[in-house]
Design a protein around this ligand. Structure first.
Ligand code: FEO
Ligand code: CA
Ligand code: CA
Ligand code: CA
Length: 664
């Protein structure tokens, strides 16, 4: 009832100004420390980071990886179990999305050429993936990594894992490594994350095309259907991967990154390697020897993350997911099993119970503010062999080619779905749509992958942007992105219909009113929302990645007290498209909490249950520089403005000097 409604949340810090300093800037009264950075050893017996790239490839199986991204904090009880209420001791799982190799990892940057140096590629393979480390409170609410903890673990692009769900044993995932299609090696390009109520970590495979290539002439070796699928997933023949791992030699560690027909049968080569990435992976952080599982029922695409709705006893487990590429879709998974709180600490067996059987849906957003979840089940909605564009063979085929199934159903193509989050106070789901340069003028004739605006992706305009070298370029489309949200009908997570609006539009404060549709001001203007997280108290945290505002400010994180779907009404966006929007932002409802160092992305966030320790990640500081001339010296520059060390991705701990709750 409303009698016991908690007091409304109120932001209680002074907004941080936009800036381009080589520092993490937090509000007055707050402090930061570095928890861990690229190359830090997890165990004793390993040398500390030397700042010269001399660490061995193998040692990265026991060091913090590169490109810190999504993460989650799990409270740890004294008997080594998941305790969701514990704030002073926990396990922190962190994604290491990719290697910012030209800067920090190797002695002399990344050696580029027609072929790669094997030792460099091997190091890159082990620097990807996930780290799990034990953390504990030190001084006040500050946290440190517990070096040598039995829980400390790396999962890399070479770690063995199993397939579960519809694709387990399917011909689509049979390889030389796993002729029965039951297992595979590695997870990589793990961008965002999720978690489960039973206490496991969810990590998602996004830009795996960074490391998977395909030979010239390969189309002629394949069925027409396979060629359609590879192309739809961004792998035309004669496609070299940016990292060229498959050029480092004849060792299986390297050869397997070529999605090409080289043998007589699929079990003789790695023609199916692409089908082994793009999944949701579950890892049990409490059991360091457990085998990670690729939970195929949740579909395959550029998986940004998977965010659960709060678990309710007797109701299904629900995960919301985004496919981060221009014009791709938003998905939802609803488990067949209903939640039994006795499964807390159920580990991978609980994962199998809730994540291997269920229904996958894709979202359609209508102009009138309603929406539908369209079911992606083999044999329904024309998803079978009769589908002319791509005949489906079985549910394993549907989940592996979820994009092709969603195309058939007419789902809504979005402006790059990034992170999601579910409001613990009212169950409404939010998702960032970071930007889209392929939206075109509503009066134009779209070509190729261009799309006109629609109600859920309504903005088309031009934005002038000054590069670091002083040259000006014009971004067109939706350069600053937006955040959409929806409320399931009848308050049911399993509903197949919902109401939606656009919570917040990114914009520069001085932009025209039909661009700055949320009324942002100097205390809260931002571009390209990416990371998103509701903390346990219901504060919403918004993180930014690059975007069209880095001529003015480094990337940032904002705190927000959101309203609810439908609180803003109808507006007309630049480009002339009508849309449903949230209430205008004010300094009371959206406020800039921090600004990161130079050329970084702010990503990944976790808050302890008591709200007193906040973790976030700085990814790729100095990305736009070179080894000879880094544009950032962070994290060393945090304490010493004239530092000369290499820039490194790192996890940062934020606390209040007075020991109070963060953000309030
Ligand atoms: Fe790794 Fe979609 O950002
Ligand atoms: Ca991201
Ligand atoms: Ca991004
Ligand atoms: Ca970035």
């Amino acid at each position: 009832g409303s009698d016991d409604a908690p007091a409304p949340l109120q932001l209680g810090f002074k907004a941080v100004a936009k800036n381009k300093n080589d520092l993490v800037t937090v509000p007055e009264g707050y402090q930061v420390s570095i928890l861990h950075a690229l190359g830090d050893p997890l165990q004793f017996g390993e040398e500390s980071w030397k700042d010269d790239g001399s660490e061995t490839a193998d040692s990265y199986n026991r060091r913090i990886g590169d490109g810190h991204d999504g993460m989650y904090y799990f409270g740890l009880s004294d008997d080594g179990k998941f305790n969701a209420d514990r704030s002073d001791r926990g396990l922190l799982a962190v994604n290491h999305e990719y290697v910012v190799a030209p800067y920090a990892l190797h002695p002399n940057g990344m050696t580029k050429g027609a072929t790669r140096v094997p030792s460099e590629v091997e190091k890159e393979i082990y620097a990807h993936g996930i780290s799990v480390v034990e953390v504990k409170r030190s001084t006040g609410n500050d946290m440190v990594m517990v070096r040598g903890s039995r829980f400390n673990r790396r999962v890399t692009s070479a770690t063995e894992m199993v397939f579960t769900g519809p694709v387990k044993g399917n011909a689509l995932v049979k390889t030389k490594f796993s002729p029965d299609g039951l297992k595979t090696r590695g997870t990589n390009n793990n961008c965002a994350n999720g978690y489960t109520p039973w206490g496991t970590y969810i990590t998602c495979e996004e830009n795996w095309l960074n490391v998977v290539g395909r030979a010239a002439g390969d189309d002629a070796q394949r069925d027409a259907k396979e060629v359609v699928a590879l192309k739809r997933y961004g792998l035309p023949e004669n496609r070299k991967s940016p990292y060229l791992w498959d050029t480092a030699g004849t060792d299986d560690l390297f050869v397997r990154w070529t999605s090409s027909v080289t043998g007589a049968a699929a079990t003789d080569d790695y023609r199916n390697i692409a089908n082994t990435f793009g999944w949701v992976v579950e890892i049990d952080p409490f059991n360091p020897t457990s085998t990670p599982a690729k939970r195929s029922a949740l579909g395959r695409f550029n998986h940004e993350g998977a965010w659960p709705a709060p678990a309710v006893a007797g109701k299904p487990i629900v995960m919301y997911m985004g496919d981060d590429a221009r014009n791709e879709y938003i998905y939802k998974f609803v488990s067949k099993a209903v939640w039994d709180p006795k499964d807390v600490n159920g580990g991978m067996a609980a994962g199998a119970k809730y994540l291997d059987e269920g229904t996958l849906y894709v979202a359609k957003f209508n102009a009138d503010g309603t929406g539908q979840w369209l079911e992606l089940t083999y044999g329904k909605n024309g998803l079978d062999a009769s589908n002319a564009a791509y005949p489906f063979a079985d549910q394993g085929d549907v989940v592996t080619h979820a994009r092709l199934a969603a195309d058939k159903l007419g789902a809504t193509k979005m402006d790059r779905p990034e992170w999601g989050a579910v409001n613990p106070l009212n169950g409404e789901a939010y998702m960032t749509l970071t930007n889209n340069s392929n939206r075109v003028d509503p009066g134009a004739s779209p070509t190729g992958s261009q799309l006109k605006p629609d109600a859920a992706n309504p903005r088309y305009y031009s934005d002038n942007y000054t590069n670091a070298d002083g040259t000006t370029k014009t971004n067109k489309g939706n350069p600053h992105g937006h955040i959409i949200r929806w409320r399931e009908n009848a308050g049911s997570v399993a509903a197949t219909a919902f109401a939606w609006d656009i919570y917040l539009f990114g914009a520069e404060a001085d932009a025209a009113a039909n661009v700055n549709l949320s009324g942002l001001t100097a205390v809260n203007d931002f571009s390209s929302p990416d990371g998103l997280y509701f903390d346990p108290r219901g504060l919403l945290w918004i993180q930014t990645d690059d975007g069209a505002y880095t001529d003015v400010t480094n990337c940032m994180m904002l705190a927000a007290v959101p309203g609810q779907v439908g609180d803003g009404g109808v507006a007309t966006a630049a480009g002339g498209t009508a849309t449903r929007k949230g209430a205008n932002a004010s300094a009371d409802t959206v406020r800039r909490f921090l600004v990161g160092p130079k050329d970084c992305e702010i990503t990944g966030i976790a808050v302890t249950p008591d709200g007193k320790t906040l973790f976030f990640n700085v990814q790729h500081p100095g990305e736009d520089g070179s080894l000879a001339s880094p544009s950032s010296r962070w994290p060393a520059s945090q304490a010493n403005p004239s530092a000369t060390q290499r820039p490194r991705s790192a996890t940062v701990v934020v606390t209040r000097k007075d020991g109070g709750a963060i953000g309030l």
